[in-house]
Structure formats: C-alpha cells, structure tokens
Design a protein around this ligand. Structure first.
Ligand SMILES: [Zn+2]
Length: 614
C-alpha cells in the first residue's frame, strides 16, 4: 500500500515537473572533411554529426538546412524577389528584376546529398529545396545521442546574397551557410524556415573541419586554426605542406558556436592582435587602395571590444575574425564577412561594430532570428549606436546617441507602411518595412526602455540578460522577465504596444497658464501608446528642473536616470486623456517648457512638445 502511494506521488511529481517546461537546448558536434576544386568552384564533403537530444520529446525525424539550393532560377528565393520587385532587398535584384533568374546553369548553387546514415544504417530523406527532411530508423530518445554520417557535393553559387564565388571585390569564395546544417529543435518545435533571403537559427555546435584547397589560397574563418605552420598567411615561418595535388590541408576547430563560416582567396593578408582581456582579433583582407583604413583599425577594434565586454557582457570565445567577403556584412560564429572598401574609419568601424555586436545579439544570446529579428538586429543596432557614440563622439553634443534613429523612425511612420516587429522576418511585405520593424523598432525598444526604467536599470537589465542567457536561446519573454525583475516595473504593456502593434506615441502640451506665483501646464495624450512623461523646464538662469509623471501601467516609478535628477509627480492613468501639472515658477522665470529634454521618447509629433516662454 505504502509503496503504491509513493509511486502515485512520484507520478504526480513527474507530471508536475513535466508541465514546468524546463529550459533545454540541443547539442551538435560536426566533423567535416572538405575537398575543394578551386577551378570549378565545387567541393566534396563528408560529415559525421553527433546529435544530442536534450528535449523531453522523442524525435522521429530530423531536418537539415541546404541553404545553397536557394541560389537558382525559380527557387523560392527567386520567386520572392520577383514578387517584391523594387520593394525587395536591393542586393537580390537589379532594377526590380531578380538576379537569381539569370544565374547561369554552371553557377547555380547546389548541395547534393549522396547519402545519410544513422548509426551506420541508410536513412530515407526528402529534399524540399533548402530543407532536407530525414526519416529516422531509430527515434532519438530524450537525453540521448545519435550519430549521423553523410556525404555530399556542392556547387559554390554565383554570389547573389552573402555566400558565393567571386564577390564584387574579387574575393574568390565566401563560404557561409555552406554545409548541411541540422535545424534547431526547441520548445517551438523544428526551426525549418525555407531560405528565401533573411536570417538563420541553429543549435550551439562544436566543429572540427578539415579543408583541402590549392596551397596558394589563404583561408579566413571563425574558429581556431590548428596548423598555422602548415598553411599560407598565418605564420611567417610556415612550411606549407602540399600534397601531390598541390593542395594544403587546413585544420579548423570551434566550440559552442551556431555555424562555422570561412572564406578563401589567393590575395588575402592576415593581421592579428590581442585585445586586453578579450579575444585575439584577426583581420583577413586584400591589401589595396580600397582597404587602406583596415591598416589603422587596431586601436578602434580594441576599444570596441573593451566597451562591449564591460557594458554588454564578456565575449565568450578566444578569437574573432573580420573577413573581407560576401556582399555587405553578415555575422557568423566568431567571425563576420564584410566588404573591404571603406571611405573612412568611421564607415569601417560602423560596419565592424554592427557585425561584431551580433556576437552578443545573435551568437551568444542566440535568439531565433527568423521569429524575432528585432531581438538580434535591433539589439545589435543599439550596441552599435552605443559604442560608435563613444568611438566617434559627435562634434555637436546630441541629447542622446539615438536621435538620428528616432528621427528616421518618425519620418518612416509618416509613410504609413509600417508593419509590426512581431512579424516573421521573411514575411514582411517589403524590405523597408522589414528594416524598420527589426533594426529600428528593435533598437528603439531598448531606447524607450531606458527612458521608462532609467539608464542605470537598462544597463543592469542588459548585464543580467547576458549573464542569465549567454550561450543559450532566449526569447522576448525571457528578456522581459529580467527587465521586470530588475526594474520592479510591469513592462508587458510596453512590449505589447511596441512589438506587436504599429501604434504610436504622441504627447503634447495643450495649454499653459501663468499665474502670479505659479504656472499650470495641461498635457494631452493624442497617441495610442501610453508612456511615462518626463516634463522639464529650463529657467532663465539656465537651471533644468524635471518632473517625472509616471504611467500607472508600470506600478513602480523610475528612481534615477543618468539624464538628470527629477521630482516624481502623481501618476497619469493611461485611460485619462489629459493631465494637469502646477509648478512653482512664474512666466518671468521660465524660458522653455518641454516633454522629455533627453529626446529619447519616440513621440511621432514633436511640434507640440516644447513651448518657448515669451
Ligand atoms: Zn545585423
């Protein structure tokens, strides 16, 4: 009797625990041998993949991404570009005509899978363009590891987007999303988005990659080069070991990254230096007139990593490489591919700061970019703006580092084509709406949050978010949980309005009455998004006094903010249209009245936000 009760209790407890949905993440270990035919732009590959299912679910199928299958006429990517015409991504089209439609047959991207086995036995698989569905002979039980082996060959596509051969600066091979990559499986299920142009997602993985390529090539990659003395470019005393076919063998490893990317060119040079307390940085590029600024980049890159490490959390990997390649800038594990040409150090660093910051928002804090692009592009843009403001302080001091972004957002909103940031990255109607939804709205999410909770709290939120979720897969819920915990405020309403809707903020000064001993101001909410209001005055003797008018939605008020001291007034119920404030200053003492002197508030109509006192 007693025993059966114990069993029942154990059952109830296990059911209870199962309902808690504890966090888990899948793990993958790749071993790949690649043999490149540089003349034909093809390679042969084989892969051994140890895949660990840490989920509570039994898996009967697995999915792989075959991204390069997108680069051919009439692919889904081509159809998408064609249907968006001039409104789509400018890099994929020329005058509104898809560049994919005219890829010559011998330059069509391909990943041809010869076979895949599980624990040595052949598996049935089905290729749906960029997704391969694999039916397993043996299901993968929770908390168990299985082994896949696979052989394939690939054609490096004409360079259309990100990866490919002969980019416009003459980099021979940009090898990104280049191997059959297992899809992520998490609480949302399999991340099986067809590749039509936007972003990526993957489980954290270890890599052991051997690449055979003609010995006069130099490879740049996100990883650790295990044999620098046997290949070109990394060691002055290298003794390049070439096999009979004149190929050298490159051995790369990387641990706990989302994807392994590399590139190869005969004209690359490699520079490296150590950031104090940070990664060893590699610059891999073609030395010529267009890349002159790269020569002077070291002090800026060093300072960049130091600011990131101290403000956003310490970079977790031993190395990072800025590699010339691709078509603009794209982030990968421990490296980025960027174009080499730069007009100025500020241009180059803007690109490096953006792509580098994806190591935080995409790589270490590995959100699903296809589902929540605003969390990686937006947070990355915020970090970029934060660091660039310190690396290149503006000549005329701005009220905050993000004023230009706010102005861009205001102008964009007027066009009436804004789409909610919550939309899936690939499903926006046009490229501009995607850009604003993910980059700008995501960046301003943090700017607005700083305004609501105070900058000190925001910086603590970013640190705790990093400390809790680094090398994991957080969602917006996880971020919000930490933001609420740190600030003590309810912030769900703000997240909802800002991310799920395109509603806008519009407060104004409706009326000012001057009396003998005081001034009474009536504020009005003409917008659809409630916000707390920092109302400030500038006196004739140049003193600034700020009154915090909280919104009751947060239920706790901002305690401090590095933008200045403030007095806290009664809260403004979010249902109430107007708010009246009386201040002990007379007309003759006042010079300027205004909503948010820091100008962080994303108010779309600034015309009624300030009153000059005559
Ligand atoms: Zn980005």
């Amino acid at each position: 009797m007693k025993k059966s009760i114990a069993i029942i209790f154990a059952f109830i407890i296990s059911q209870f625990q199962a309902q808690q949905n504890p966090y888990y993440q899948q793990a993958a270990k790749y071993k790949m041998d690649i043999d490149v035919n540089a003349e034909k732009f093809t390679y042969q590959g084989n892969q051994t993949l140890q895949y660990t299912n840490n989920s509570p679910d039994e898996l009967n199928v697995v999915y792989f991404h075959l991204y390069w299958n997108a680069f051919k006429p009439n692919s889904m990517m081509d159809q998408r570009v064609a249907s968006q015409g001039k409104n789509g991504d400018s890099r994929l089209q020329k005058d509104g005509i898809s560049r994919l439609a005219s890829i010559p047959k011998d330059q069509e991207g391909a990943q041809n899978i010869h076979w895949i086995k599980q624990n040595g036995k052949d598996l049935k698989f089905e290729v749906q363009e960029t997704i391969m569905k694999v039916y397993l002979n043996e299901s993968i039980k929770p908390n168990s590891t299985t082994s896949f082996t696979m052989e394939w060959d690939a054609v490096i596509p004409q360079q259309i987007r990100r990866s490919g051969r002969n980019n416009r600066e003459g980099v021979d091979m940009t090898m990104t999303q280049w191997y059959p990559k297992i899809s992520e499986y998490d609480y949302d299920g399999w991340a099986t988005f067809d590749y039509i142009g936007r972003e990526f997602h993957a489980p954290f993985s270890d890599f052991d990659v051997t690449i055979k390529i003609d010995k006069d090539y130099v490879i740049g990659a996100g990883g650790i080069l295990e044999n620098p003395k046997e290949v070109k470019g990394y060691d002055a005393n290298a003794n390049i070991k070439a096999e009979k076919n004149k190929k050298a063998t490159w051995k790369w490893t990387a641990k706990n990254i989302l994807d392994f990317a590399w590139s190869a060119d005969r004209d690359y040079i490699v520079k490296s230096f150590d950031v104090p307390d940070g990664p060893k940085v590699y610059l891999v590029y073609q030395k010529n007139d267009k890349t002159k600024v790269w020569e002077e980049a070291q002090p800026y890159v060093t300072k960049y990593f130091q600011i990131m490490n101290s403000h956003f959390g310490k970079y977790a990997y031993p190395t990072y490489a800025f590699i010339q390649g691709g078509d603009g800038g794209m982030e990968y594990g421990m490296c980025t591919m960027i174009l080499g040409e730069s007009k100025s150090m500020e241009d180059l660093m803007g690109l490096m700061a953006h792509e580098g910051s994806h190591s935080w928002y995409q790589q270490m804090l590995a959100t699903n970019e296809s589902v929540r692009p605003w969390m990686d592009e937006g947070f990355t843009s915020y970090a970029e703006g934060y660091v660039m403001n310190q690396l290149f302080p503006p000549k005329d001091k701005l009220p905050n580092p993000f004023v230009e972004r706010l102005e861009a957002y205001r102008n964009f909103v007027k066009k009436g084509i804004e789409e909610p940031a919550v939309w899936l990255g690939d499903h926006h109607d046009n490229g501009t709406s995607y850009t604003y939804a993910s980059y700008i709205k995501g960046e301003l999410f943090l700017v607005e949050l700083g305004y609501i909770v105070g900058e000190e709290n925001l910086s603590e939120i970013l640190k705790q978010y990093f400390n809790t979720w680094s090398l994991k897969h957080p969602t917006d819920r996880d971020f919000l949980h930490i933001a609420q915990k740190v600030s003590g405020m309810d912030l769900k309403w703000f997240h909802h309005y800002w991310i799920n809707t395109t509603k806008t903020i519009d407060y104004g000064i409706k009326d000012v009455k001057y009396d003998a001993k005081s001034t009474t101001i009536t504020l009005i909410n003409n917008g659809q998004v409630p916000m707390p209001i920092d109302f400030s005055i500038l006196t004739k003797d140049k003193k600034i006094v700020t009154y915090q008018i909280p919104t009751n939605l947060t239920h706790t008020w901002k305690q401090k903010d590095e933008y200045g001291d403030f007095k806290t007034e009664n809260y403004w119920p979010w249902t109430q249209k107007e708010y009246t404030l009386t201040i002990p200053y007379t007309q003759s003492q006042l010079q300027l009245l205004g909503i948010d002197f820091s100008q962080r508030l994303a108010d779309v109509n600034m015309k009624d936000n300030f009153v000059e006192v005559k």
